[in-house]
Design a protein around this ligand. Structure first.
Ligand code: ADP
Length: 155
């Protein structure tokens, strides 16, 4: 059986924290699908197209990794793509509390999908897309928190 993991998130924008989680999880799974969750009622700083393009560029040449967008329940999308694992990163105890409820709810909806948590690397636990967005909105320099080659300029 192929081990396929969905790594869901908003990636608004992708950060070095996200990249670290994917790279360190490559040995655990045959394939990792990065799933950009699209929620039409949630406003994002960058368009879905832009976020998808960035992720594609970051993982270009890594055959194990692909990038998709999806709407609706994460477990439904897992079923659609044949993923039997959900991959999530853990930074803090606050992440843990939040992630625990989601993982347990997902498990009660779909028993055969297991959520796997990977702890952030030391030094990356403070890297957070929402703080990166605040820096950008306020005209600060956020490039060191995102992978090389990503142009964060707005508009
Ligand atoms: P964020 O929580 O930063 O807004 P996402 O919603 O895109 O980002 O999160 C997608 C996944 O990546 C989540 O599991 C989140 O916990 C994880 N993640 C984000 N940043 C980091 C980091 N610095 N270290 C470990 N995991 C992270």
């Amino acid at each position: 059986m192929n081990r396929i993991a969905l790594f869901p998130g908003s990636f608004d924008p992708v950060t070095i924290g996200h990249v670290d989680i994917v790279n360190r999880s490559l040995s655990l799974f045959d394939n990792i699908v990065i799933g950009i969750g699209v929620n039409s009622s949630k406003k994002t700083l960058y368009t879905t197209e832009k976020r998808k393009e960035w992720l594609g560029k970051v993982f270009e040449g890594k055959e194990q990794v692909s990038v998709e967008q999806y709407e609706g329940l994460t477990v439904d999308f897992c079923r659609e793509i044949g993923a039997n694992f959900i991959l999530r990163g853990l930074r803090t105890s606050a992440d843990f509390e939040f992630e625990r409820s989601i993982a347990q709810m997902n498990r009660s909806m779909q028993e055969d999908i297991e959520t796997v948590f990977v702890l952030s690397s030391p030094g990356l636990s403070a890297v957070n897309s929402s703080i990166v967005r605040e820096i950008i909105k306020n005209g600060g320099e956020a490039s060191k928190f995102v992978p090389a080659g990503i142009d964060l300029s707005l508009g």
